[in-house]
Design a protein around this ligand. Structure first.
Ligand code: HEM
Length: 329
């Protein structure tokens, strides 16, 4: 009887896991301190390298956080985004604005000198994202490590990445595919509390938003519109960069959500987190709106990042520890 019921519970558990995570999502596990005996200085080497680059170029923090996200959503967190070559992920349109490649390269060179063939590029990306958040005065969380680097990188798969014109339903679906729920979506998009966007990704909101007239997106605060139009003139430089979190772009804090409440979101996809009821309630929780259970943005961000960082992990069977991050062994 005991055996029968425990078997039943096991089957239920397996079913629950299978429905929560598609088979491609989790195949290998990671753990905190994976390198503590094989390469004890692994994490501090990454941290010191990120610190060094951040000192001369603070905007690198946002670049590294975004790079990890773009890695995880295509082929899982396996450093496939780093691979050079024709038609690799790196060459796909959504990845053209990524930055921070030299930081990963620098860290890998030092790690190979300290412990050759031990630390994966996928782990460097996950650690560098964490360090970037901490350097911008956000939370510091434990990153489970032990990822393998992938051998496949296809530019065509970058379509999995969410786009700035995606509806909330599309955004939710894209996140759900990887076992990330609506709260994770709102929390992780909160990563836009640091960094910038090129005018090309939101300028349409300022001028020809509706097909019926020469008007702006009505969800933009009317007092904010002239400011945005000055930053991104109609026929100006499409590559010009604008802070995603107006007034606090260098700090990892919850003001991004306050800006959404005030109609000061930059990307259409960001502002929609406030207009859609299912995501708005999480934004309100981060803002501590009375009557709702308050959520601490930084704490939740660390939690959701650990989930995101475990997407689609490779194993020894379909992965490797690259010797250099930009080419397979
Ligand atoms: C619906 C989901 C998302 C959409 C549509 C989206 C879209 C974008 C776009 C269009 C940009 C500007 C890119 C450029 O100008 O080159 C951007 C920047 C950025 N994104 Fe996202 N993003 C999403 C989710 C995320 C997530 C989950 C993270 C991190 C956890 C993230 C982190 C960043 C950062 C830090 C930047 C600034 C990059 C820099 O300054 O170099 N984004 N995002």
């Amino acid at each position: 009887m005991y055996q029968k019921s425990s078997m039943f519970i096991m089957i239920l558990t397996l079913l629950a896991v299978a429905t929560t995570f598609p088979s491609s999502v989790q195949s290998q596990s990671t753990r905190v301190g994976f390198y503590s005996s094989s390469c004890p200085r692994a994490e501090s080497i990454v941290t010191e390298t990120v610190q060094k680059h951040f000192k001369s170029s603070p905007s690198i923090a946002a670049g590294l956080l975004r790079m990890h996200f773009h890695d995880c959503f295509v082929q899982g967190c396996d450093a496939s985004v780093l691979l050079n070559g024709e038609n690799t992920e790196k060459t796909a349109v959504p990845n053209l604005g990524l930055r921070g490649w030299e930081v990963i390269d620098d860290a890998k060179t030092q790690l190979e000198a300290a412990c050759p063939g031990v630390v994966s590029c996928a782990d460097i990306l996950a650690l560098a994202a964490r360090d970037s958040v901490f350097l911008t005065k956000g939370i510091n969380w434990n990153v489970p490590t032990g990822r393998f680097d992938g051998r496949v990188s296809l530019g065509s798969e970058a379509k999995n990445l969410p786009g700035p014109r995606d509806s909330i339903d599309v955004q939710k679906t894209k996140f759900q595919t990887f076992g990330l729920n609506t709260q994770d979506l709102v929390t992780l998009v909160g990563g836009h509390t640091i960094g910038t966007s090129a005018c090309q990704f939101f300028r349409y909101r300022l001028y020809n938003f509706t097909t019926t007239g020469n008007s702006a997106d009505p969800t933009i605060n009317p007092s904010f519109l002239p400011q945005l139009r000055t930053l991104c003139p109609q026929d100006g430089d499409a590559a010009k960069r604008v802070d995603l979190d107006t007034g606090s772009a260098a700090l990892f804090d919850a003001t991004f959500f306050k800006n959404l409440e005030d109609g000061r979101g930059i990307l259409e996809s960001d502002q929609k987190l406030w207009t859609d009821a299912s995501t708005k309630s999480f934004v309100q929780q981060f803002l501590g709106v009375r009557g709702l259970q308050a959520l601490n943005f930084n704490i939740e961000f660390g939690r959701s990042m650990v989930k995101m960082s475990n997407i689609g992990l490779k194993s020894a069977a379909n992965g490797e520890i690259r010797r250099i991050c930009f080419a397979i062994n």
